[in-house]
Write a protein that binds this ligand. Structure first.
Ligand SMILES: [Fe+2]
Length: 282
């Protein structure tokens, strides 16, 4: 059985081909287009995977996309309405791309495979985003049974999930929902220290050993409500991603002694200490 997995339209588009139980090929689109973090439909990565696996006409049995586009769109609509009219500008910026591209994903996939003569008539799957994360962790692990923990920025609604895997089965048991997200918290600090979100997180992490955890207590007290069961909530008074076009707002800047570092400006001890602090908290 040949299964093609696709992720696209967010960051680092990619494709993978699984035959029965083995990963035959996998690639990120940026490797072919030479555009860092390329988020476009990964037609080149798909072609590579199918060629590498020698998949011919009508030999592709199933396609799986990495999330549920409609649920994600619903989350974006609901989020903007919940803070209306404050979020209008960011909503107006997000809408065209959804209308133009993201809601047509099943058609995109069919068209791309048709154009390449693969002629796909099999079933298309849209697992939840954290099911995709959990599957990629558990099914590639050496364990027959395992507890599964996934944490990211955000998929549809979930931002962290716990689940259980056994054999070829897997269940998500509980999850935390947007806007409360460990990944977005880390991305907020990535933005604040002058790096690009969904890209510069590695740089922020690399900066951490040069600093002291001066702000760790402040982060725990003001930004984060960590519960005894390990769940948490973010204090949205300090973040801009619900209603502004930025990750953090002026109240956040006041907490950390001034505005965010401008991209490419000199990195100071403050950024290093912030990096170390959010690393400790995370
Ligand atoms: Fe994710």
């Amino acid at each position: 059985m040949n299964i093609l997995g696709i992720s696209a339209y967010y960051h680092d588009s990619a494709a993978a081909l699984i035959r029965d139980t083995e990963i035959v090929a996998a690639a990120q689109e940026e490797r072919f287009t030479r555009k860092k973090h390329d988020a476009s439909f990964p037609i080149n990565a798909i072609r590579y995977c199918l060629a590498e696996g020698g998949v011919g006409k009508n030999e592709l049995d199933a396609v799986a996309f990495y999330d549920k586009p409609i649920s994600k769109f619903a989350r974006i609509l609901e989020t903007h309405f919940s803070v209306a009219p404050r979020g209008l500008r960011s909503f107006m910026m997000a809408l065209p791309i959804w209308i133009k591209e993201k809601l047509w994903i099943p058609l995109d996939i069919e068209n791309a495979l048709d154009a390449d003569g693969i002629g796909f008539t099999g079933e298309m799957f849209f697992p939840e985003h954290h099911e995709s994360h959990a599957a990629s962790a558990f099914f590639t692990s050496p364990f027959d049974r395992a507890a599964i923990l996934t944490m990211d920025g955000v998929g549809e609604w979930a931002t962290s999930a716990i689940g259980r895997g056994a054999g070829n089965q897997m269940d998500i048991l509980q999850d935390l929902h947007f806007p409360h997200s460990l990944g977005l918290l880390y991305s907020a600090f990535t933005y604040f220290t002058g790096f690009r979100v969904n890209s510069g997180e590695y740089k922020l992490m690399g900066l951490a050993p040069y600093g002291e955890p001066k702000y760790a207590k402040l982060i725990r007290e003001r930004l984060l409500d960590l519960r005894d069961d390990g769940s948490f909530r973010l204090n949205m008074d300090y973040f801009g991603y619900l209603d502004l076009l930025t990750m953090t707002n002026s109240r956040f800047a006041d907490l950390f002694g001034g505005p965010p570092r401008r991209p490419e400006a000199e990195i100071t001890q403050r950024e290093m200490d912030i990096a170390r602090s959010i690393q400790d908290v995370t």
